[in-house]
Ligand binder design. Sequence first.
Ligand SMILES: CC(C)(COP(=O)(O)OP(=O)(O)OC[C@H]1O[C@@H](n2cnc3c(N)ncnc32)[C@H](O)[C@@H]1OP(=O)(O)O)[C@@H](O)C(=O)NCCC(=O)NCCS
Length: 211
Amino acid sequence: MTSDIIRTTTIEPRFALPLEQLQRDCFPTLGEAELMREEHFLNHCRLFPEGNFVALCRDRVIGLGSGFLIDFDFDQAQHRFQEIIDGGYYSNHDPAGAWYYGGDISVHPDFRRRGVGSMLYEARKGIVKNLNRRGIVAGGLIPGFAAYKGSMSAHEYVKRVIAGEINDSTLSFQLGRGFEVRGMLDDYIEDDASDNWATLIVWDNPSFKAK
Ligand SMILES: CC(C)(COP(=O)(O)OP(=O)(O)OC[C@H]1O[C@@H](n2cnc3c(N)ncnc32)[C@H](O)[C@@H]1OP(=O)(O)O)[C@@H](O)C(=O)NCCC(=O)NCCS
């Protein structure tokens, strides 16, 4: 697979239906209600097309990096996924928002570990820098916790992933992309593997300039 046939581009309505299928392929442990559908992606096209990215292999949709702008309040950081993403519609998008909230980053299982997720993060970081926003914030899932649920708490698990003692397919990836864990989000999402937990992950834009 050469990188010239895999590329990222901004979202367009013609990608909405393939993205619905991609959700099912990428998140097999999530409840159906947590998955985004065609109508959600069409709304992302309307609200913030320049900040929502898809990865393509030739014409096939193989990845998604989606999100919206928001004034995230770190003093009241606890939130639930479905609330902040407004059931997938991203209607909390505020064009003047200081932070990019990462709603979804996902790569089709057949295309993982080939740098596609990193390409999507680079595209996100690019728009955050271009728009001079503070950074990226998201709830990061911990699917690898599934294997440790019986033996340690989610807090202990995350500590050990950060220390590099345990590899988590999602959190280790995000730590490697420059994200920091700033807290734990309880009851964030209906997900057996993560036991409904997520980490509050943040990437600070190094080139942000306050006006
Ligand atoms: C997380 C995800 C987007 C990563 O996408 P990807 O295209 O496989 O990532 P990349 O190939 O760009 O990998 C980037 C780095 O992460 C590492 N990595 C990726 N998957 C990994 C895994 N399962 N275990 C350990 N490291 C991993 C790679 O080794 C690479 O490290 P390097 O830069 O030091 O070489 C993908 O695994 C995915 O779609 N997972 C399911 C959906 C999901 O959980 N999304 C996040 C929701 S919060």
